[in-house]
Write a protein that binds this ligand. Structure first.
Ligand SMILES: *Cc1c(COP(=O)(O)O)cnc(C)c1O
Length: 227
């Protein structure tokens, strides 16, 4: 193995162990937490190293980048599960429905309608998460908490989307625990079982507060600027 591959495998083992420890500490079965490895903007060798180390669940931010990378990798590795965790433009919905197993960033009526239409057309129904803008940040994607109840309900009944959970990205300067707790309460109110929350800096806190999916990039692959 190359140094980079050894490093990725070691990082993965470390993150998995920390998730298991955080789950145990919270009295949770570690098997209820899924690690999503976020390989965006990473050299392909690092993503391959994670696959060789047994990782199968991956997150990507951009439809186009994922399209260039994953069809080839899926030919070589079985059982890959791909999550879209970045903003989805309506003109990319067709590609997204075809490529991803899970779409975590449903956050506006027009997108929900377009996704529903495209799923019917393709006969393919990726699981959907509703992204909540828990920090109410103007520049950030996601539904505002005050509008979440109505939007979640509309996604399920009016659009018939297969909504399975909620996702959030807390503001960088806030204590993420408040946002994780808010997301958990909202999910509970709607009977949604999956919570995608927690990144490299706070995934253990997220596990403590009920995350079923953590999205970890840097802690596995290293900083994203290493050419
Ligand atoms: C990049 C990204 C992550 C991973 O971030 P790290 O801090 O590198 O772990 C998680 N979630 C989303 C939505 C991202 O865009």
């Amino acid at each position: 193995m190359t140094d980079a591959a050894t490093e990725v495998a070691a990082n993965l083992a470390d993150v998995r162990a920390r998730i298991a420890a955080a789950a145990a500490e919270a009295g949770r079965d570690p098997g209820t937490v899924t690690l999503i490895a976020v390989g965006k903007v990473q050299p392909i060798e690092r993503v391959e190293a994670a696959l060789l180390a047994g990782q199968r669940v991956f997150g990507e931010n951009r439809v186009q980048e994922a399209q260039g990378k994953w069809p080839g990798l899926r030919e070589r590795f079985d059982g890959v599960e791909l999550h879209l965790i970045g903003p989805l433009q309506t003109n990319k919905v067709r590609e997204a429905v075809a490529l991803f197993d899970v779409i975590q960033t449903v956050d506006r009526p027009k997108l929900a309608a377009e996704l529903a239409r495209e799923m019917d057309r393709q006969g393919r129904r990726p699981d959907c998460y509703i992204q909540i803008n828990t920090g109410e940040e103007a520049q950030k994607a996601g539904v505002l908490p005050a509008e979440a109840d109505a939007f979640i309900e509309a996604c399920r009944s009016a659009h018939g989307l297969p909504v399975v959970g909620l996702m959030c990205i807390p503001p960088v300067d806030d204590d993420p625990a408040l946002h994780f707790a808010l997301l958990r309460e909202l999910a509970k109110r709607h009977g949604l079982e999956r919570l995608s929350m927690g990144m490299s800096g706070d995934y253990e806190a997220a596990v403590a507060l009920g995350a079923t999916h953590v999205r970890v990039g840097t802690a596995i692959f290293g900083a994203r600027d290493h050419g």
